[in-house]
Design a protein around this ligand. Structure first.
Ligand code: SAM
Length: 324
């Protein structure tokens, strides 16, 4: 088992398979950004499989593929198929912006992907375009339909709450999620990179007080994945809402996850710089035992908490690099 210095059990690894994205969401990748990792530095599928195997032997059972936009990485379904059969991999999920998902949903499902998170910040086409820099709304809606038809039962919609931009769209999104059986996850903006720094966050704890009576929401103890969201359910069981509140109420005391970038750097906290490069070790032909030892040592570096409120301009790397 992986236990860090603060007695937290680490059982979740998020893997960025590319830092590139076909969208430019206002809070994520800055317009004109060009500092993407060179393909020559990307971890190969074989190396990703080795790292996942090592984490699984150390008791980590949940894995999420993310990015950047993970579906821009060629043959991703093949990676999913290879990871899904590894001993100890119990939950394999993907976070996507949905622009390419309708093409790949069936392959991903057949390959063994369990769950999907799809990002969609509004149901107004022009608002999606304003936020993401692209007229992607129709593609995402189509992807959601295809994903459901492909057999994905648990689909979560990730919606970043942006003051003055999409807050008034939340109720419509609630209705959409109820009608389609999607779980809605609202996210407070994190100050990651210049794009994140300049965004105000919307306090979701205040929002829940408004939504609560209307949908008769009560706190849920059910587990809807390995992430940090706190879940609420409606009295009739038709609606589940997850709140990710890194700004208004951080959840570092129960943090159970670490992240690996496309070049094989393990980041121990989204909001701190502590990291360990695994690629040199893999390239040097390390043994499984050496790889596991490097991961154990990395976990010892995991910091107690982020400082998004205290030092909002501390993290210069954008979310797409670390893997959200
Ligand atoms: N491209 C995929 C997508 O859009 O879902 C996966 C990567 S994206 C970085 C993962 C999630 O992080 C998305 O839901 C996105 O909205 C969220 N995100 C990106 N930057 C963020 C920020 N600064 N604060 C909060 N969430 C952010």
């Amino acid at each position: 088992m992986l236990i860090d210095r603060f007695h937290r059990r680490i059982d979740y690894l998020r893997i960025s398979v590319t830092d590139k994205c076909d969208l430019r969401c206002s809070y994520c990748i800055p317009q004109g950004f060009t500092e993407f990792e060179k393909p020559a530095n990307w971890l190969s599928f074989a190396d990703i499989e080795r790292v996942v195997g090592a984490f699984a032997r150390l008791g980590v059972s949940r894995f999420r593929l993310t990015g950047g936009e993970p579906l821009l990485r060629k043959n991703l379904s093949q990676l999913v198929a290879n990871l899904a059969v590894l001993s100890g991999v119990e939950d394999l999920s993907l976070t996507t912006n949905g622009t390419q998902l309708s093409r790949f949903a069936y392959d991903l499902r057949h390959a063994g992907l369990n769950r999907l998170n799809v990002s969609l910040d509004s149901l107004r086409r022009e608002c999606v375009q304003t936020i993401s820099g692209k007229d992607s709304y129709e593609q995402v809606i189509k992807s959601l339909q295809v994903a459901r038809a492909a057999g994905f039962e648990q689909i979560k919609i990730n919606m970043v709450a942006l003051p003055g931009v999409n807050i008034d769209d939340i109720e419509e999104m609630v209705g959409f999620c109820i009608a389609n059986g999607f779980i809605l996850r609202l996210i407070e903006v994190m100050p990651m990179g210049k794009s994140g720094w300049k965004q105000d966050y919307f306090n979701l704890l205040e929002l829940i007080e408004n939504l609560r009576p209307k949908y008769q929401l009560h706190k849920s103890n059910r587990i809807y994945g390995g992430g940090p969201a706190k879940y609420w359910e409606s009295a009739d069981g038709r609606f589940t809402l997850g709140l990710i509140t890194p700004r208004s109420q951080h959840f570092c005391a129960t943090c159970n996850r670490v992240r690996m970038t496309v070049d094989g750097t393990l980041y121990l906290c989204l909001g701190q710089e502590h990291s360990v490069a695994l690629k040199p070790l893999l390239q040097a032909g390390c043994s499984d035992a050496e790889l596991e030892q490097a991961i154990r040592q990395a976990i010892d570096l995991k910091p107690e908490k982020h400082e998004f409120n205290e030092h909002p301009e501390k993290i210069i790397r954008i979310m797409a690099k670390t893997g959200g």
